[in-house]
Design a protein around this ligand. Sequence first.
Ligand code: M6R
Length: 368
Amino acid sequence: EKGGWSSFMAKEISEEPEAVAKTLLGRAVDGAVHLDDLDPIRERLLTVNRIIIIACGTAAYAGILGKYAIEQWSRLPVEVELAHEFRYRDPVLDDHTLVVSISQSGETMDTLMAVKYAREQGAQVLSICNTQGATIPRESDAVIYTHAGPEVAVASTKAFVAQGTALFLLGLHLATLRGTLSSEAIADLVDDLKAIPEKIERVLETGDRIKTLAGWMADTRSVLFLGRHVGYPIALEGALKLKELAYIHAEGFAAGELKHGPIALIEPGQIVFVIVPSPRDPRSLHPKVVSNIQEIRARGARVIAIAEEGDAAVLPFADEVLHIPLASPLFEPLLAVVPLHIFGMELAAAKGLDVDQPRNLAKSVTVE
Ligand code: M6R
C-alpha cells in the first residue's frame, strides 16, 4: 500500500501536488471558480455577513490561511476558532453567520459537536472535508470535498494543502458573488492557483537537502518557528509536526510578537525556522522579517530561512536558505509548508521513531 515509500507519510507528502490539483479539478476553469458544491446554500450565501471557521489542529491552521484570503478578497469578516473552544463559550450566531468547518476525517468529535451546536443556533454550516460520507458532512448544510485521497499517516500533510486550496476557492467564489474583485483579478488568481501543483513538485525536489539538515539536528531539544501574515499558520504547522512526530518542544510564533516576549528564549545554538514573506508582498512585511532574522542571529541563534527564489536579502543572515518558487503571496504558504512537512518526518526518522504512528495519538479523535 505504501507503494515503495518508507512510510505512508512519505507517500502522502509526495502526493501534495496531486491533492491540490484534484481539489481544483472542475472547480477552477477558464479563469473562474465553479463551486456547484455550494448549491444547497446558494440563496443563503447572499445574506451572509460574517464567517466563523471551526477546526482542530492542522485543519485549524489551514483555517487561518483561509481567513486571510477570504477577508482580503471578499471583505467579509472571518474568525477562526478551535472547535472545542467555540462550542463552550456561548458564541454569538445568527442566520447571517456562515460557519465553515474543516476536517480531514470528518469524524473529529470536537468539530462535529461544534457543527451541531452552530446549526442549532441557526447558523448555516458549510464543511470542508476529505472523507466522502463522513459524519460531519452529513450533519452540514453543504460540503466542499477536498480530493486529497485517503490520508493514513497520523500527521496531516496532503490534507492541509487540499484544505488551503478549498478555502482559496471559497474565497474566490465569495469575491465573485459579492463583486469585490474584478473578473481579471479573479482570473489571474485562478491561473496562479492552478500553477501551484507544479511548484510543489519543485519544492519536493529539495527533500534530500532537508533530510541532511534533519540528520544534523537529531539531538535538538527545542525548535522555534517564526512567520508573519500567511506565514504565521505555517509556523504553527511546522511546530505541531515536530511535537507530534519527533517529540521535540517546538513553538510557532507570529514574527511581530518576538519582541513582546519570545525573543528572551533566543540563546546561542537555538534553531529558528523563519518563513520569509515575499519581497513582492504589497504589505512590505519582508524587511520587517529580515530585521527579525538579524535580531535573532545577533543573539547566536541558527536560522533556517524559507524564502522565495531570488530573495537575496536573507542570504547574508541565514545559516541555511530553503527556496520556494514564486507565486501570489497568499498562495506561497502551500509551498512553504512542504519543507516543514518533510523536516518533521525526517527528524522523526533520524530519531528512529515511528513516523506514521506517533505515540499517544490517533488518526481521528472521536472523543471530546
Ligand atoms: O480529521 P481532522 O482534520 O478533523 O483532524 C484534526 C486534527 O486532529 C489533526 O489535524 C491533527 O492535528 C493532526 N494529527 C496534525 O498533523
